[in-house]
Design a protein around this ligand. Structure first.
Ligand code: ADP
Length: 297
């Protein structure tokens, strides 16, 4: 279990990237959902001990130990697997050789044990058949799966993956997310993403963040249930869209057959012509972002 309290960070340019983050992250997949610039990477890098926070605390409890993430960095690094947003690979090296190299860096010095670990991981991420190919020829999805293999070296208790599905095609994305879900059966996996579906399908717990703050955290299903009865749908003319946006809390606009269909947040029918819909996590997400924007206005 990872407990984050009142974590703050302001960069030298004055941007307050973390504005008092509180989170409880248990074992399993935890989705950290927020738009670009929300502060997700800043949070991930801080938890991965790659940058300093200004204040607050983060404590990792695992196997009967209690580790201060912000101070006891070496202990965290031994228990951490991290896949950064911009994970670069050496294009001319094979998957097998590079993973073996990372394993040496991770301290797996005993040759036989290292080989077993490396081979086991290549099987686990489904790259065994291409282990001798150079990483430069890998697809985005294969590269990300390689990234997960290196993150799993050393049997981590906490795995952090930062926007791993950006740029993957739907099939690669599914494959990658299923792999994460398997890993999440044993350890805490924090998946940061701006893609709502990444969270809906996989994460038993989640948080929505924006402007360095946690807007909501808990179970996706509970958050969706809390919106029941308050989301309304209507097809509108393109020319009327702006007027709807000023009169109602429009959560989303989607083109269906070239015509805008809007979702509106409202306790009662906004006006004749709207029909109630079962909310989804996307409605929850936009409702939280709209509410924050309104509170700031
Ligand atoms: P996300 O990962 O959700 O896109 P980030 O944590 O990357 O968000 O960024 C949060 C905010 O902090 C953004 O406004 C971003 O421009 C700013 N930011 C991120 N890194 C730095 C940095 N090293 N120096 C200054 N500002 C930064």
């Amino acid at each position: 279990m990872l407990t984050v309290r009142d974590l703050t960070k302001t960069y030298a340019n004055g941007v307050r990237a973390l504005d008092g983050i509180d989170l409880d992250i248990p074992r399993g997949m935890f989705g950290l959902l927020g738009p670009n610039g929300a502060g997700k990477s800043s949070l991930m890098r801080t938890l991965a001990t790659l940058q300093e926070a200004d204040g607050g605390s983060a404590v990792l409890e695992t196997d009967g130990r209690r580790i201060d993430v912000l101070r006891d960095k070496d202990a965290v690094r031994r228990l951490l697997g991290y896949l950064p947003q911009d994970f670069g690979v050496y294009p001319k090296v094979s998957a097998l050789d590079l993973l073996d190299h990372f394993a040496v860096l991770k301290g797996l010095s005993e040759r036989k044990q290292r080989r077993e670990t490396v081979e086991g991981l290549l099987h686990q991420v489904n790259l065994w058949n291409v282990r001798k190919q150079k990483l430069g020829g890998f697809s985005g999805g294969m590269r990300q799966r390689f990234g997960i293999a290196q993150a799993l070296l050393g049997d981590p208790r906490l795995v952090i993956v930062d926007e791993p599905t950006a740029g993957l095609d739907p099939e690669e994305r599914n494959r990658f997310l299923n792999l994460l879900a398997e890993i999440g059966e044993n350890v805490a996996v924090i998946l940061s993403t701006h893609i709502v579906e990444d969270v809906t399908d996989l994460c038993p717990r989640m948080a929505i963040v924006n402007k360095g703050r946690v807007l909501l955290s808990g179970e996706p299903n509970a958050a969706i249930a809390a919106l029941a009865g308050q989301v309304w749908r209507r097809q509108v003319a393109k020319a009327e869209l702006a007027s709807y946006e000023t009169r109602f809390t429009v959560l989303s606009t989607r083109l269906v057959g070239g015509q805008p269909v809007i979702h509106v947040f409202s306790a009662d029918a906004p006006e004749p012509g709207f029909e109630r819909v079962d909310p989804g996590l996307e409605d929850v997400y936009f409702q939280n972002l709209r509410q924050q924007a309104r509170a700031a206005a």
